[in-house]
Each structure stands twice: as C-alpha cells, then as structure tokens.
Design a protein around this ligand. Structure first.
Ligand SMILES: NC(=O)N[C@@H](O)C(=O)O
Ligand code: NI
Length: 179
C-alpha cells in the first residue's frame, strides 16, 4: 500500500521519550479494538461446547467505491536497538487489523484521527504476544513495529478504488527505548 505523504515527514531534531504502556482494551478504545479473548463483548460455546466463540471482536470498516474487507498476511522483520519514531500513517477509508500468528509481542504507536495530528493523543503500547489490534479508519498509527523475531500477522483491512494510505510527520522524534 503506497502511502501518500500528507505532511512533513523529515525526522525532527528534538527528541522526547514516549512511555510505552501495556495494551489494554480501555486505553486503546479511542484508537480501535484489542483482539483477545478477554476483550470479547460476547462469548459463548458452540460445537456442543467443544469450541468457545469470542464474538465480534473488532469493527471492520471498508468504505469508498468498490470497497471490500480483505485478508492478507504481513511477514514482518523485527526492529532492533533504539526505536525512535517521527512519522505516522492513516487509512481514511478503512480499518486495519493486525493479529500475530506466532505469539510475538509488537509495539503500537497511535494518535487520534483528524487532519492535524494532536500530539496530546500520541500513545505507545506493547502487546502481550496474544493480543492483536484493529486500528479504526483514520486513526494515525506507525507502520508495524515487530519485536524479537520475524513475525507473520493476519491482516484484515480494506481494498477499494481510493488511495488509502497517508503519512504525516510527528512534531518531535519520539524515543520508545531499546528492544
Ligand atoms: N503500508 C502497509 O500496508 N502497512 C501499514 O499500513 C502498517 O500499518 O503497517
Ligand atoms: Ni497501516
């Protein structure tokens, strides 16, 4: 998905630490959904009780002309050393879900939707290896930041006619620490 540059994405000289918090449903609610059994709104047994259904975990959005939700796999190499971020991207026409298939933790950096970045809404989270995330349409997020080893993610996002990836520069370079 080619990301159009929506704003300045040159790395700012000013650097600030950004606290990395454990990912929780409540903390992530302004940005999207956490995909994990504990966050299911509805859970019920099926198949004569042999299977538990964690129902309707994420709001899958696919808007625009000829839009449809699609399933893909991202095979993502890990980032290593000090991780500093200075740009985010958004998909205005649809949501984007990442579910790790190898039990791998990853970092999530988000900001509230809007045509201008609101620095007060920039947050960083670390997943517990079982969690996935679903960014709602228009939510600013950093391209996937995989930790430790190359990881496959199941991706659910949107295909359609309109270009669906825009990048924007962050006001500072945000330091997430060493991994
Ligand atoms: N560009 C692309 O498909 N991936 C990004 O959207 C991402 O969030 O990693
Ligand atoms: Ni994305």
């Amino acid at each position: 998905m080619a990301c159009g540059v929506y704003g300045l994405t040159v790395e700012p000289a000013a650097r600030v630490p950004l606290k990395v918090e454990p990912l929780t449903k409540a903390a992530f609610a302004p940005y999207g959904d956490v995909i994990e059994p504990a966050s299911a709104s509805k859970t019920y047994p099926i198949n004569n009780g042999e299977t538990m259904r964690y129902h309707d975990m994420a709001a899958i959005q696919a808007n625009g002309s000829n839009a449809r939700p699609i399933v893909s796999i991202f095979e993502s190499k890990p980032v290593r050393g000090s991780i500093n971020v200075h740009l985010l991207e958004r998909h205005p026409y649809g949501s984007q879900a990442f579910v790790p298939l190898d039990g791998q933790t990853f970092l999530v950096v988000v900001a509230a939707p809007g045509d201008k970045l609101d620095p007060s809404t920039i947050k960083a989270f670390i997943t517990d290896g079982k969690q996935g995330v679903n960014y709602h349409a228009g939510v600013w997020h950093h391209p996937v930041l995989t930790l430790g080893k190359t990881t496959n993610y199941l991706i659910v996002d949107r295909s359609g006619d309109e270009p669906n990836c825009q990048e924007i520069g962050m006001p500072k370079t945000y330091m997430l620490g060493r991994y």
